[in-house]
Design a binder for this molecule. Sequence first.
Ligand code: CP
Length: 313
Amino acid sequence: HRYLLGLETLTAQEITTLLDVAQILKEATEGCRRKVPLLTGKTCANLFFENSTRTRNSFSLAAKRLGADTVEFGASGSSTAKGETFADTAKTIEAMGVDWVVTRHSTPGTPHLLARELKCCVLNAGDGPHEHPTQGLLDLLTIRQHRESIKGLTVALVGDIAHSRTARSNVWGLKKLGAHVIICGPPTLVSERWKELGFEVAHHLDEILPRCDVLNLLRIQFERQNARPFPSVHEYAALYAMNAKRMQLAKEDILIMAPGPINRGVEITPEVADGPHSVILEQVNNGIAVRMAALYLLSAADDRLRAAGRSHS
Ligand code: CP
């Protein structure tokens, strides 16, 4: 494909290939620090209509590590303030000769719209609460680096599932690679309908904790909670914050993950975030690796499709 829109639509083999290539590129770039000029002469445009620290900077670094140029577009200060539409903005940037458009937007489906409107590669860097595929991939890569296989692991996604694109990419990636996935959080933020899709639903973290190999602690997304009732920060922290006391209930080799940004003291306390089980900063570094892999594989697919005379797939 020349698009990476979500993990729900990828096969287990496609996900595994992305992870394998990410691992190879991570090693080739000595931990994502050195340049390997595989994509010299290509250009990656970051179109971010929502804030980002990790995703935007690591897409930019991933492109540069592979020798490509980058264009950084932020909605603030752009001509969107003059009424230019999202699609027209993207087409304008594409007309400057870019090979990949990486997009983040608060509206679900915006990267799918660009995949129809643009001729270049399109990557979803987060579309509202829908999907965040490179986050799912970097989480899978991090687990895989610590465990022989994802198959058979019990992984709990804890927190604000209702608003989490990270959760929605993780569940599909984990399920396809054979993990047992527990979706855990307050009933206001975790729908029982996840059961219909084959996932375990839990509302009490202390009860599932002894069974978990991996915990992925999701941020409460205050910015997306306009109408929905939710527990107070104090109530949430009392029931779900991963803290030193709860660590005593966990397996000795549990992996503590968080996509970031973290709210210290809400979903995770500092002694756990900075403790020996935490792989949060490894996740950040793996973000560059999976984004290098995504840019590389999409570019290769694009070259093949163009050589075959097909503009869309
Ligand atoms: N995890 C993640 O997407 O972080 P940013 O919002 O900082 O990109």
